[in-house]
Design a protein around this ligand. Structure first.
Ligand SMILES: NC(=O)C1=CN([C@@H]2O[C@H](COP(=O)(O)OP(=O)(O)OC[C@H]3O[C@@H](n4cnc5c(N)ncnc54)[C@H](OP(=O)(O)O)[C@@H]3O)[C@@H](O)[C@H]2O)C=CC1
Ligand SMILES: N[C@@H](CC=O)C(=O)O
Ligand code: NA
Length: 362
């Protein structure tokens, strides 16, 4: 008999759309993936009978739909009745949905997601998710793309810990947008003609930033990733805001009402960061935005550092991420590097998780 799972997708933006198109193009898989729901914030396509939706014209079908997505409670009730094992794919950055994970997982619904909120909010939510998953009928939860998009960062770290290695230090550049911004703005050959605000605008246009770029520029997105890495390494972080985070948002713009207003006023503050870049350049160094989880010192930090041009972090390209795991078994760090943001690589990370979950479910 052929193996099949049902898939419910919430969020069809940049990552969600790429995910659906990758799923649609899967070939020769031993498991059939039946999509039974695609939801955006206001409308959805839902197969109430649990028969697979056609993905042939899913974008126009979804645009034409007037059916509301329903509350997360209603979605959980619908998925609980699924005749096949079901995987919920959360391609949003929605906090309320993240907080609802335990109520899905305790009913056997598995989750694959790039949404960092569930794993980097208050520690009580982290505990509730893993406790629900550990129940005999609990669903599986995979979140590779919550750090470093499709790069194998979560799986590598989990394997190191599960096989008894001891994490000494994890450091790296885990913000795709801040990587792109500093790789473009601060190079050994920079002469000051590249404006910080222009590079932020380009990072937004390329889809590297969160919908509101301030969520990256205030350092919180990187701090969330540091929190996830710290927790998986065995370092108890109650909340990302507990970490020392260096914000790149000029003081005067901290409380502006919208991301649009922030972007329009940012050019007035280009000189502040340009001065920091010039100071580093005088020492023949470049600026990079890094996270550092040091298990021996029991510290986790997030902010700008200066690097010699010969340092591997100085030579990064585009929106690449790099992460170096120093462990008892890897005193010379194990390094993972590559594209750390962007719709296709992120979607591939989520799809990889869906395949792993399905393999374990059926
Ligand atoms: N872009 C990237 O490079 C990376 C992104 N990520 C993560 O991936 C996730 C998605 O990012 P991205 O695709 O760029 O974001 P987008 O803003 O492009 O898409 C978000 C989607 O979520 C939907 N949505 C939001 N709230 C709800 C809700 N309550 N119910 C149903 N749907 C909802 C939106 O609906 P609507 O269309 O109606 O607005 C939209 O379709 C985020 O968690 C992000 O942090 C992780 C790694 C890299
Ligand atoms: N905005 C994020 C996207 C992925 O998490 C980033 O810049 O890395
Ligand atoms: Na990853």
């Amino acid at each position: 008999m052929s193996k099949a799972v049902n898939v419910a997708i919430i969020g069809a933006g940049l990552v969600g759309s790429a995910f659906i198109n990758q799923l649609k193009s899967l070939k020769n898989n031993a498991i059939t993936f039946n999509v039974i729901m695609i939801a955006r914030s206001k409308t959805a396509l839902v197969s109430k009978s649990y028969s697979p939706l056609s993905l042939a014209n899913w974008e126009s079908d979804l645009s034409a739909s007037t059916e509301p997505a329903g509350s997360f409670g209603e979605i959980a009730d619908f998925l609980k009745q699924s005749p096949l094992p079901v995987i919920l794919v959360d391609n949003t950055s929605n906090q309320a949905l993240a907080e609802a994970y335990p109520s899905f997982v305790e009913h056997g619904i598995s989750i694959a997601t790039p949404n960092k909120k569930a794993f980097s909010s208050d520690k009580s939510l982290w505990d509730a998710i893993w406790n629900a998953s550990a129940q005999p009928k609990g669903g599986l939860v995979y979140h590779e793309a919550s750090v470093g998009a499709g790069l194998p960062i979560i799986s590598t770290l989990r394997d190191l810990v599960a096989t008894g290695d001891e994490i000494v230090k994890v450091e790296g550049i885990v913000s795709g947008s801040l990587s792109f911004i500093f790789n473009t703005f601060s190079t050994t050959s920079s002469t000051g003609e590249v404006k910080f605000s222009d590079v932020v605008q380009t990072a937004k246009e390329l889809g590297y930033t969160e919908p509101d770029p301030r969520d990256d520029l205030n350092g919180l997105d990187a701090a969330r990733k540091a929190t996830i890495i710290a927790r998986l390494s065995g370092f108890n972080v109650q909340s990302p805001t507990q970490l020392p985070i260096q914000s790149l948002i000029p003081k005067d713009l901290e409380s502006v009402a919208t991301g649009e207003e922030y972007m329009s006023r940012l050019p007035n503050y280009d000189q502040e960061i340009e001065t920091v870049r010039q100071e580093a350049a005088k020492e023949n160094k470049v600026l990079r935005y890094v996270i550092k989880v040091d298990m021996e010192a029991n510290t986790a930090t997030v902010g700008i550092e200066k690097f010699e041009s010969s340092h591997p972090f100085a030579g990064l390209k585009g929106s690449d991420n790099v992460i170096a795991f120093t462990t008892k078994r890897y005193p010379n760090p194990l390094i993972v590097q590559g594209a750390g943001a962007g719709d296709e690589v992120t979607a591939a990370g989520v799809l990889g998780d869906v395949l792993k979950i399905a393999d374990r479910l059926v």
